[in-house]
Design a protein around this ligand. Structure first.
Ligand code: KG4
Ligand code: ZN
Length: 339
């Protein structure tokens, strides 16, 4: 089954074609980073308009890359939420109407389910059950995963997401949008333990997160210190170490609570090298294993939507002719799929 995946929930237009036996056949991505850079963040209306400009050329490019025609497609999966409603509507309208024209099923996919299943696109596929740490610009969640659509929310951020904290702290340091990767690059030249940042909510039981205090702590530390490059890098390092440590502590707790040994980490922040290294070290120590998507599939992409959609379409799931967008959509409301 050839499934076209369409991702337009935020500032990346991602298109991919996944075949249920042959795997990923094509993957195209256009990032709007330059478009939003002047504004210091994503401007929703500009994002929607740019998706309109890019979506059809990217679909054509993906079909060409896979050496397929539109009539070879068997289903279309588009991100239905969560995300920016205008941006989601572009992918939903194109996906739903293209499927209607071709007489094939269309399915609205949950963006975070896409992230959660992205490691399945790699050679070393995690077996169920596992714990998933989802760390993106909008979400920080710990989920027990017993199968596709069998998600139990164990904990989540009560305020800012980890990616959001990276982006806001980067902005305080005068770094351009999107700040997360830039702050991480700066932290690489920072010296450890020059500044002490808290590890929020690790001193009490539970698996929830809170990152907004770290941003405030960063603001105060920046204001109280000189602005030379080494000091800035040291602060970036202290901030990143605090986020990474906090995530590692909560992952350890989730594995201990559930008795599971497999951990999946996905979403934009899972591209962070420090986080990947620390989680790998920790997993090795407990005789467990951690699975990540390749860096290109940590951040938003069409491949994860094509994959998640393919699993559900293959199981017979499909939507009616409605164009579905759900800007807010709890992950644990999804139907389970028997594979
Ligand atoms: O998953 P994603 O592409 O979009 C959402 O669904 O939100 O995640 C984007 C987030 C941004 O906050 C970005 O700054 C962060 O992931 N990010 C990183 C890194 N790469 C992306 N944060 C820290 N270190 C990185 N290397
Ligand atoms: Zn995302």
């Amino acid at each position: 089954m050839h499934v076209l995946g369409i991702e337009t929930s935020c500032d990346e237009t991602g298109i991919a074609i996944y075949h249920t036996e042959r795997g990923l056949l094509a993957h195209q991505l256009y990032s709007q980073v330059k478009l939003h850079a002047d504004y210091g963040g994503v401007v929703p209306e500009l994002a929607s308009r740019d998706h309109v400009r890019k979506i059809l050329p990217l679909i054509a490019a993906a079909l060409k890359q896979a050496e397929l025609k539109t009539t070879d497609l068997d289903g279309i999966a588009y991100t239905a939420g969560p995300g920016l409603v205008g941006a989601l509507l572009v992918g939903a309208c194109v996906g739903r109407s293209m499927a209607f024209g071709l007489g094939i099923p269309a399915l609205g996919v949950h963006h975070m389910e896409g992230h959660l299943l992205a490691p399945m696109l790699e050679d070393d596929v995690p077996e169920f059950p596992f714990i998933a740490l989802l760390v993106s610009g909008g979400h920080t969640q710990l989920v027990r995963v017993d199968g596709i659509g069998r998600y139990e929310m164990l904990g989540e951020s009560i305020d800012d997401a980890a990616g959001e904290a990276f982006d806001k702290t980067a902005k305080l340091m005068g770094l351009d949008y999107p700040g997360g990767p830039r702050l991480a690059a700066m932290a690489a030249t920072g010296r450890p333990q020059q500044y002490q940042f808290p590890r929020p909510m690790t001193d009490r039981p539970g698996l929830d997160f809170s990152f907004s205090g770290l941003k405030t702590h960063a603001a105060n530390t920046i204001a109280a210190n000189p602005s030379d490059p080494q000091t800035r890098a040291d602060i970036a390092r202290a901030f990143q170490d605090a986020v990474v440590d906090t995530l590692v502590i909560k992952c350890r707790r989730a594995l201990e609570q559930t008795g599971l040994k497999r951990l999946v980490v996905a979403g934009g922040v899972s591209a962070n090298v420090e986080l990947r290294e620390k989680l790998q070290q920790f997993a090795a120590k407990i005789g467990g294993k951690v699975y990540f998507p390749r860096p290109a599939f940590c951040t938003d992409n069409g491949a994860m939507i094509a994959y998640a959609g393919a699993q559900r379409l293959r199981a017979g799931e499909l939507n009616d002719l409605s164009i579905i967008t759900r800007p807010r959509w709890p992950l644990d409301q999804l139907a389970s799929v028997s594979c």
